[in-house]
Design a protein around this ligand. Structure first.
Ligand code: KIV
Length: 264
């Protein structure tokens, strides 16, 4: 069993082998996902919604993510572990350095930040200080109040071009992975082709380098509504381990996401 690293994720992109990722928040699910072969586990600030029952992710704190990161790390042996930096925890580079160090100390191998060009100094500063960074573009849930809801992004040409430029700028600043959320499939394909680093999609069609889902959506047990781009694998298989195995198999074979999970 070889540990997943930034190098092996990059090699997967180069070999056109899809990356299967899920969120997790505790050691039991993390171990189960790891044993089934999930490549990347994200401690998402979605924990505010699926664990704490909030309407959005804005109330989540760095210490809460650090606590769940410690739990997830305890269960993960092979999978690559990424922790989300919550709302306002990276508003300035020095604040980001402090908060990122708590997440790395808690067991994360990479931190994820939402946003475009305004983050370039923070990203290069983190990378210079040996903190691997994952970007997050498209629908960035921490900006829900600015965006006016959880809406598909990049539908018009100028928004799409802006997103591609932001993705290239983030890559040049040093991100080693990019999450692309809720964008038309054609735009996600364009970004994935333009970048050298792996692009992991959620609601971004089948042509990204991998897929991620919130585990509660993938199991159909979320207290929130089920997004169009997700799929309830537990309903199909009736078993959690089989659900995860089926999700991984469908991601790797390009059967998920289907047209019904995709935005045009
Ligand atoms: O917080 C989260 O779970 C995420 C995923 C939706 C990618 O950022």
């Amino acid at each position: 069993m070889k540990k997943v690293t930034v190098s092996s994720l990059l090699a997967m992109k180069q070999k056109n082998e899809k990356i299967a990722a899920l969120t997790a928040y505790d050691a039991s699910f993390s171990k189960l996902f790891d044993e089934q072969g999930v490549d990347v586990i994200l401690i998402g600030d979605s924990l505010g919604m699926v664990l704490q029952g909030a309407d959005d992710t804005l109330s989540v704190t760095t210490s809460e993510v650090a606590y769940h990161t410690k739990c997830v790390r305890a269960g993960a042996e092979r999978a690559f572990v990424i922790a989300d930096m919550p709302f306002m925890s990276y508003s300035e580079p020095s604040i980001a350095y402090n908060n990122a160090s708590s997440l790395i100390r808690a067991g994360a191998s990479m931190v994820k930040l939402e946003g475009g060009e305004w983050l370039l100094e923070t990203i290069s500063g983190l990378v210079e200080r040996s903190v691997p960074v994952c970007g997050h573009l498209g629908l960035t849930p921490q900006s829900v109040n600015v965006l006016g809801g959880f809406k598909v992004q990049g539908r018009d040409q100028s928004q799409a071009d802006q997103l591609v430029s932001a993705a290239i700028a983030l890559e040049n600043a040093g991100i080693q992975l990019l999450v692309l959320e809720c964008v038309p499939a054609q735009l996600a394909k364009r970004v994935s082709q333009q970048l050298n680093i792996p692009v992991i999609g959620i609601g971004a069609g089948v042509d990204t380098d991998g897929q991620i889902l919130v585990m509660h959506d993938m199991l159909g047990i979320s207290a929130n509504y089920m997004p169009k781009f997700s799929k309830n694998y537990l309903q199909e298989t009736g078993d959690i381990r089989k659900s995860v195995a089926s999700y991984i198999e469908e991601v790797k074979s390009l059967s998920f996401p289907g047209k019904e999970h995709t935005f045009e």
